[in-house]
Design a protein around this ligand. Structure first.
Ligand code: ARG
Length: 400
């Protein structure tokens, strides 16, 4: 049997290699994608081979991740439960896609992931595999193997000379990509406690952030960020730069209780400086350029879109249909939003668009006003007619 494994180099996926070889007598192809998680491919490769893999692939998918997954979700204003920018959720269908390509090239028989049976990631991976390569088997060792704790896994690793980096012992489980970081486990499982400072990887504590604000004017074209402060940047670089700047100002720390698809409520810590910054700016530009009814309706779509991505239904006609709708809504979302970054806050400091629907002559209270106030009487009389009728009935009903 030939297996493609979603390999991270961590404890689970390292011992999975040995475990699979013993149980299925399989040949293991370890596969890692670079989506900005700062792994060293040389070290990963060495570890994979030492653990018993017969091949190792490392694929840079940063650009595809940003263009095909992150930007569509930004255009959709997709925030799960109004807060989580979906960094991990967006990465799973992309990793699965990369694995499918390798599996087809290598004529593999099975996909393996190291997700537990309690999370969302198992669902996201497996839905994606089912859609992209329904003929290939899926194995999830962590859901079925004999190890009951991390200690037992370390024991097994030691016994079989598998290298696991216990050097920098972090009490947290961290999932990292360009769009954000998810941090779980350890003391974070206690909902009553504030996260300790060492849980955070890329953002400054707002208290220690610069006491001088920094202004960033971000430019969008049809809902996509294309540059800032007068300079254009390619997608990946733009996200990296915004992450650095916003992170320095303590922006993007998210601490939430989240509803997992499997029904569990979990306490999640995220760091998403670029996502936080870009969602605020993008929303502001929509507020300026989008028709009222469309803006309100899109808001409903955003909730559905976020839920669908979170649940793992990326590869569906439903998601594609929503993307088509969203694409149309972005037609005039072009312009510049200036933000003031200051101690964890992203404060709107200016908006500009050639397609702005804001008309000073209509909104002003000065003598420049062109709005016909007299016309409002007819507007209220007609649109308020149902309310008037109800009011009359209420009076009548009380009497009888
Ligand atoms: N709860 C988040 C989500 O479902 C983060 C998951 C982090 N995943 C991980 N394997 N550490 O998207």
């Amino acid at each position: 049997m030939k297996i493609v494994l979603a390999y991270s180099g961590g404890l689970d996926t390292s011992i999975i290699i040995k475990w699979l070889k013993d149980k299925y007598n399989a040949e293991i192809i370890a596969f890692t994608v670079d989506i900005g998680q700062k792994d060293n491919p040389k070290i990963l490769e060495e570890k994979a081979y030492k653990a018993g893999a017969s091949k190792f692939y490392f694929k840079d998918m940063k650009e595809e991740f940003v263009k095909e997954f992150v930007f569509p979700s930004l255009k959709a204003s997709a925030l799960y439960e109004n807060k989580y920018p979906l960094a991990t959720a967006l990465s799973r269908p992309l990793i699965a896609k990369g694995m499918v390509e390798i599996a087809q090239k290598e004529k593999a028989d099975a996909f393996v992931h190291g997700c537990t049976g309690k999370g969302n990631d198992q669902v996201r991976f497996e839905f994606s595999f089912k859609y992209l390569a329904p003929e290939i088997k899926i194995i999830a060792p962590v859901r079925e193997w004999e190890f009951k704790s991390r200690e037992e896994e370390i024991e097994y690793a030691k016994k079989h000379n598998i290298v696991v980096s216990v050097s920098k012992k972090s009490p947290y489980s961290i999932d990292w990509n360009l769009w954000g970081i998810a941090i779980e486990c350890g003391i974070l499982e206690d909902t009553e406690k504030e996260p300790p400072e060492d849980a955070y990887q890329i953002t400054k504590n707002p208290q220690q952030a610069p006491s001088k604000p920094e202004y960033i004017e971000i430019e969008f074209e049809k809902g996509i960020p294309i540059g800032f402060n007068g300079k254009k940047y390619p997608p990946v670089q733009l996200i990296q730069k915004i992450t650095e700047i916003a992170g320095k100002h303590g922006i993007g720390r998210i601490d939430i209780i989240e509803n997992r698809y499997v029904g569990i409520k979990s306490r999640e810590i995220y760091e998403a400086p670029a996502a936080t910054f870009l969602h605020i700016a993008h929303n502001e530009l929509e507020a300026l350029t989008m028709d009222r009814e469309l803006y309100h309706f899109k808001n409903i779509i955003s909730q559905k879109y976020a839920q669908l991505v979170y649940y793992g239904y990326w590869y569906t006609q439903f998601r594609e249909a929503l993307d088509n709708f969203i694409e149309k809504t972005q037609e005039f979302v072009t312009g510049k939003i200036k933000l003031k970054l200051f101690k964890g806050n992203c404060i709107i400091a200016g908006r500009r668009s050639p397609y702005s629907l804001y008309d000073t002559k209509l909104s002003t209270y000065t003598k420049e006003d062109t709005f016909d106030q007299k016309a409002s009487k007819g507007f209220i009389d007609i649109s308020g007619l149902p309310v008037y009728l109800e009011g009359k009935r209420k009076k009548y009903a009380k009497r009888s």
